[in-house]
Design a protein around this ligand. Structure first.
Ligand code: ZN
Length: 456
């Protein structure tokens, strides 16, 4: 059945528009008409497209904040990783579902309407296979369904602990699959996705330290046979040590190696392409691959700064992700994307351009479109033929800010201290209304109980 939604102000694919009625059928916008159409529900504020979260490890939400205690300047990404490995020793499939459900509800409340789950916790606590290889993946699908968020599941291929290849270590036993077993898992996940609304499947070769050339190409061939446009995400150059190890082993930098050895295209998303030189930057852009940037996690882990200013000036495509979930808020990701550039360059308003002078509007639109591309989903903008994934911003709070269209998203991203998102629609259904999710209390109780158990 069709539903109609009237908005006084809405950000459509070609810019701001006033007094529009959307017709939505089976989750998709089938018509946009000027003026109020009889029977339409009235949106309670300004309507903008929902954001896609291009990079999530759901289970990490449960220990966000557990690794912020200093040890005389010796903390790094690698010490954080040891804490993370210790933590996952205890997690069951049911626990993973409790965490993901809570996280996805939080994402929806903050304006993410779809998530790309970079999913690498595959096996039982002792490292043995579950009776169904996809048991942990099923937990993620169930969490997405319960919460109502759109899901792109990216099971991770993890083979080795380092270049060489080095054998996996004990902390990695729940991640490891042979290529044959991994491809079997992917086939199972495609079957699950076919029975879940608003979901799709791709793959995530973990990183060049965890896969070699043969396993990478075998996994890509398999998934591309199932879906020629399946997303392929990879962690690529997050840490300087990773770059150094890659040069030592391959004689090439990670992105350089990938450009030379994998057929990158617009369905590849390079997560944390932080440490790249000019040639690699241009190589990513000409391959049409997406840069998946996670500003708050990259700051939290002391990774480094992606050259976003240069990348956008040359028309690169980017998406944002909450990764470790130290922050679950697209507004904060975009704010820090711009602020990192300001701090390093001692200039302001860098991520705007002559066509789009508003940093906020430019970043929101480009991140949403890049996120849609990174998930091969029919989302990212509001137009006829696109999914009705949208946010309604609270008019009562918005009135405290400059109200002209040019400044609206700048105020939202740079100046608002509270969550302005009142209602959230995903695939034509309200997931959040008046700031609340129907399951938020139950989910929060389950999550708190789990946290108490895990820290006991
Ligand atoms: Zn990651």
């Amino acid at each position: 059945m069709a539903m109609k939604l009237f908005a006084n102000k809405i950000l459509l694919a070609d810019g701001w528009a006033a007094e529009q009625t959307l017709t939505i059928e089976q989750g998709v916008i089938t018509d946009i008409t000027q003026g109020y159409v009889a029977g339409a529900e009235r949106a309670k504020g300004v309507v903008i497209p929902g954001m896609v979260n291009c990079h999530s490890h759901a289970f990490q939400r449960a220990f966000a904040g557990f690794s912020e205690q200093g040890s005389e300047g010796k903390d790094s990404f690698w010490t954080w990783r040891s804490i993370m490995y210790k933590f996952i020793e205890q997690l069951s499939a049911k626990d993973a579902q409790v965490i993901a459900t809570q996280l996805y509800i939080e994402m929806l409340k903050m304006g993410y309407t779809r998530v790309a789950e970079f999913h690498y916790l595959h096996h039982d606590i002792d490292g043995g296979n579950y009776p169904h290889l996809s048991a942990m993946a099923q937990a993620i699908f169930s969490a997405a369904k319960q919460s109502g968020i759109g899901l792109t599941l990216l099971p991770v291929l993890y083979r080795f602990s380092g270049f060489g290849p080095k054998a996996p270590n004990d902390g990695q036993k729940r991640f490891i699959n042979s290529v044959e077993q991994f491809n079997h898992l992917i086939t199972e996940c495609f079957e699950i996705a076919s029975t879940h609304d608003n979901s799709n499947v791709g793959i995530a070769p973990h990183s060049l330290r965890a896969v070699d050339k043969d396993s990478l190409s075998a996994a890509v061939t398999h998934v591309r046979a199932l879906d020629a446009n399946a997303p392929i995400h990879i962690h690529i150059a997050e840490q300087q040590k990773e770059v150094d190890d890659c040069i030592e082993h391959y004689g090439q930098r990670p992105v350089q190696w990938l450009l030379n050895n994998a057929d990158l295209d617009k369905h590849w998303c390079l997560i944390h392409a932080t440490h790249i030189n000019e040639e690699e930057r241009q190589g990513i852009i000409s391959s049409q691959a997406i840069a998946g940037i996670c500003p708050t996690t990259e700051a939290n882990l002391g990774d480094g700064i992606f050259p976003t200013d240069e990348f956008l000036l040359e028309n690169g495509t980017f998406a944002i992700g909450s990764d470790s979930h130290i922050s679950v808020n697209p507004i904060e990701e975009l704010r820090w994307l711009e602020y990192a550039q300001r701090l390093s360059k001692q200039q302001r308003a860098l991520l705007a351009n002559s066509e789009q002078k508003s940093v906020g509007l430019n970043l929101w639109q480009r991140a949403a479109l890049g996120g849609a591309q990174s998930t091969n989903s029919n989302t990212g903008e509001l137009a006829v033929g696109k999914q009705a994934d949208l946010l309604v911003l609270d008019d009562k709070q918005l009135r405290l800010f400059a109200h002209d269209d040019d400044h609206l998203l700048d105020s939202v991203i740079f100046a608002s201290q509270q969550n302005l998102i009142q209602d959230v629609m995903v695939f034509g259904r309200w997931a959040i209304q008046d700031g609340k999710h129907a399951l938020e209390q139950v989910s929060a109780d389950d999550f708190a109980e789990l946290l108490a158990k895990l820290s006991a």
